[in-house]
Design a protein around this ligand. Structure first.
Ligand SMILES: NC(=O)c1ccc[n+]([C@@H]2O[C@H](COP(=O)([O-])OP(=O)(O)OC[C@H]3O[C@@H](n4cnc5c(N)ncnc54)[C@H](OP(=O)(O)O)[C@@H]3O)[C@@H](O)[C@H]2O)c1
Length: 353
């Protein structure tokens, strides 16, 4: 049986990819949702060492975000949609590895919010089915799926938010399809970046440090850039990570402590910083699943083992980003933003550096 019948792809599709692949000898890694915050950090770090060729997947290759990715070395932009399995199959043709990420964010609707579990499950099914196809053909050797951190105490996990259980169900689907041995599951906790979103009242200011969790509850967080660092390490040391799952975090602090840290870092500009929790009822109205997530973090809590992670990071040469560094960097970004006042920055994608 020829490759066209085995893959179900046309001769034309195969031909264009084969010609492409002959020109390079580097292993190719396809990154789904490459324009997302997580995707950008993954593409950025993988592109650095000149070892891999990165196929950055987006639904819209001509956006500003895609342009920023295209400026990175060893990166090609390809069009693909997680909701269309055939488009993923074209993107995965000839790849050595896949970084897979899915999104629950379907778009905001009054009474429903924006996060839809089934929307993410559909993407997960397409992603895993496409991975399986190329794993069976023997071309795809390593699949990294980015899920979300599991709880400290698994018996205290329910009710969990739909955009968590969707990712854990996709993990199960990976196992069910016999893909464990060629997969690595990475499970990040909440991003630092959530503290500085575009939403009014959810931005760090000189007097406020915002959050969704009660001020005295421990909350594990991570710089989104560190997801890229861990992913690079996973692809570079497959023998250590194939068949494994790893909860990843950078910090574990209470909201109160994070506000105090910001006060210290911002110096005279912040003589007193208050941790401001977005009222749960308001959150429940705006995005029910985030309100549920906040209650889950307070009750069950993310279960990353920071001590073990720090030791592993040392072994692999990963410099994890402490919240203090991220906040310090925030100050310099703010100065730049002030200088650029008048330019519509909200519409620009400002990736983590
Ligand atoms: N926020 C957190 O604290 C946190 C923590 C852990 C895990 N996560 C999870 O990480 C994932 C990514 O979040 P993020 O904040 O990094 O994403 P993001 O910046 O909000 O980006 C969303 C991306 O999804 C892509 N996308 C949407 N629908 C798609 C589809 N049908 N096919 C392909 N791409 C599609 C879009 O790319 P194009 O428009 O270019 O195609 C866009 O780049 C989510 O599942 C989230 O739940 C988030």
């Amino acid at each position: 049986m020829d490759l066209s019948s085995r893959t179900g792809l046309s001769q034309r599709d195969l031909y264009s990819h084969e010609i492409h692949d002959l020109k390079r000898s580097k292993p190719v890694i396809a990154v789904t949702m490459a324009t997302s915050r997580q995707g950008y950090s993954v593409v950025k770090h993988l592109s650095k060492n000149d070892f891999f060729q990165i196929r950055a997947i987006t639904r819209s290759p001509f956006t500003k975000r895609a342009e920023l990715l295209a400026e990175l070395p060893n990166v090609e932009i390809v069009k693909g949609d997680l909701l269309q399995r055939e488009s993923l199959e074209k993107c995965f043709l000839g790849v050595y590895g896949v970084f897979g990420n899915t999104t629950p964010t379907k778009g905001w609707v009054l009474g429903r919010g924006s996060m839809v579990r089934d929307y993410e499950l559909e993407q997960g099914r397409n992603l895993v089915d496409a991975v399986k196809k190329f794993a069976n053909l023997g071309t795809l050797k390593h699949f990294v799926f980015s899920s979300v951190c599991k709880p400290k105490d698994p018996l205290n996990s329910q009710p969990a938010p739909g955009h968590f259980t969707s990712k854990w169900s996709i993990e199960e689907y990976i196992l069910l399809n016999g893909l464990k041995e060629l997969s690595t599951i990475l499970r990040p906790v909440s991003y630092f970046e959530n503290f500085d979103s575009d939403l009014p009242g959810v931005q760090i200011s000189d007097s406020i440090f915002p959050g969704v969790v009660q001020e005295d509850k421990l909350w594990q967080t991570i710089a989104v850039d560190d997801v890229g660092l861990w992913t690079k390490a996973v692809f570079e040391t497959p023998q250590k990570f194939l068949g494994e799952a790893l909860n990843i975090a950078g910090e574990e602090m209470t909201g109160k402590d994070m506000a105090a840290l910001w006060q210290e870092i911002n110096g005279k500009k912040s003589p007193s910083v208050r941790y401001a929790m977005i009222p749960r009822q308001l959150m429940n109205f705006i995005e029910h699943d985030i309100a549920l997530m906040a209650s889950w973090i307070e009750r069950a809590g993310y279960g990353a083992d920071l001590k073990t992670l720090r030791a592993l990071a040392d072994e692999l040469g990963i410099t994890m980003t402490p919240l203090s560094c991220w906040l310090t960097q925030k100050i310099s970004t703010r100065t730049t933003q002030k200088r650029l006042r008048g330019i519509d920055l909200k519409r620009r994608f400002i990736p983590a550096t």
